[in-house]
Design a protein around this ligand. Sequence first.
Ligand SMILES: CC(C)(COP(=O)(O)OP(=O)(O)OC[C@H]1O[C@@H](n2cnc3c(N)ncnc32)[C@H](O)[C@@H]1OP(=O)(O)O)[C@@H](O)C(=O)NCCC(=O)NCCS
Length: 144
Amino acid sequence: MIRRCRKQDLNQVLDIERISFKYPYDRSIFLYFLMREPEGFFVDEEKGRIIGYAISSVIGIKGTIMSIAVMPELRRRGIGSNLIRESLNFLSKKVREVELQVRKDDQGAINFYKKSGFREAGLIFNYYPDNGDALIMSKILVND
Ligand SMILES: CC(C)(COP(=O)(O)OP(=O)(O)OC[C@H]1O[C@@H](n2cnc3c(N)ncnc32)[C@H](O)[C@@H]1OP(=O)(O)O)[C@@H](O)C(=O)NCCC(=O)NCCS
């Protein structure tokens, strides 16, 4: 079941974040998005357990996916697609374009975003703390 994130979900969300990313965001960033834009912060809860989350946000005239992750053992089952669909549905009510950054060497995540309709739109060199480059990906949202 996909629903809005609550403060009491954050420990489980952080566990998924830490296991999923080399440079995980810390609790204060998650708290910030939960306070600032709770309607864009989704979790997937199955049998009382959080198995994935997605944070979407409006920045100026564009939307972004700040972070999305699924528990490693439950990947490739459509959970990430369901979460990003909810996020894009939320953003489509507010903006016409979504832009995000992903590690240029993370082919799995790039494929995931392409499958969700994103296209490569640019590069940011030395974007990450280890000097890794970021690929900018974007998607035009069509409201029908
Ligand atoms: C990226 C992530 C959220 C995808 O979640 P998921 O639940 O596995 O995604 P889905 O099952 O909905 O995948 C949908 C499609 O995306 C593509 N895809 C997803 N993961 C992929 C991978 N590792 N390699 C290649 N293609 C992939 C596939 O086309 C897949 O469809 P298929 O399984 O029928 O082939 C998940 O792998 C994850 O948590 N990764 C670590 C965190 C991360 O990299 N986040 C994104 C960068 S910010």
